[in-house]
Write a protein of this length. Sequence first.
Length: 277
Amino acid sequence: MLTVLFSTIGSFIDEVSSSIIKFETLGKRESIYTAGFINMAFALTAFSGLALLRGSFVFDPASLPTFAARAFFEIIQIQLMLMAVMKTDRSTDAFVRNLTIPLLLIVDLVLGFTLSVYQVIGVVAVLTMIGIILAFHIVDAAGIGYSVMAAVNAVVTISLFKYNIDNFNSVEAEQMGMMFILLTYLFCAAYFIAKENPIYFLRKKLFLQQGLAHGTASVFASFAIFFGSPSVAITAKRAAAVLAGIISGHNYFQEKRLLAKLVVSGGLIAGLILLAL
């Protein structure tokens, strides 16, 4: 229950941050690197506060090999996700990122989880709905490659995260270490590639709201995985993200075919629910 609840809340909150990033990067008021830096700074602050409050900072040096591997793939992931936010329609990204679910279930099998008949049916339903979405051009395919690659790469990052917190580190320590690495990468990219000082943007109210939303969502998402299997956490997250993406895409970015998206999302969410059974 907590896994589903935390994932859902996190998805809706994070859509606020993603929408602000899309508006501001398209308007060339911030680069994707500065946007990522702001989000990561707030997420790191949130986890630092949790670690102090709970006294739960535990980092086992034995985790360094898998932690380093995760860092490599997380840098790729943050780049793909920021590009998807900027280049892909919000509803398109929300639909396509559900490809992560069937792939995660394979990982779950390797890790010792078992699949029920409902979950098998759910996998078929999810893949069928995504196929219909693409075949009938219900969503705009511009920039879709970033979303596809992010969906595939997320299987690696999520699996490594779950492995580390199950065997070595506390959630706070694992995420704080990773966020510090990503924060450093994003600052250097913003400063040297985009020629921006991301710290300057922290003085603006809109960017503060963007970062606060993402920081809050990151806490919910991380603990959702902690309280249950990765597939269930990501299933709930993606189901909520589909609805959030459709709503924001239609209301704020004038994306078309609302009715068709809502109908297909119903089948997709039904499949996602079966996956969580």
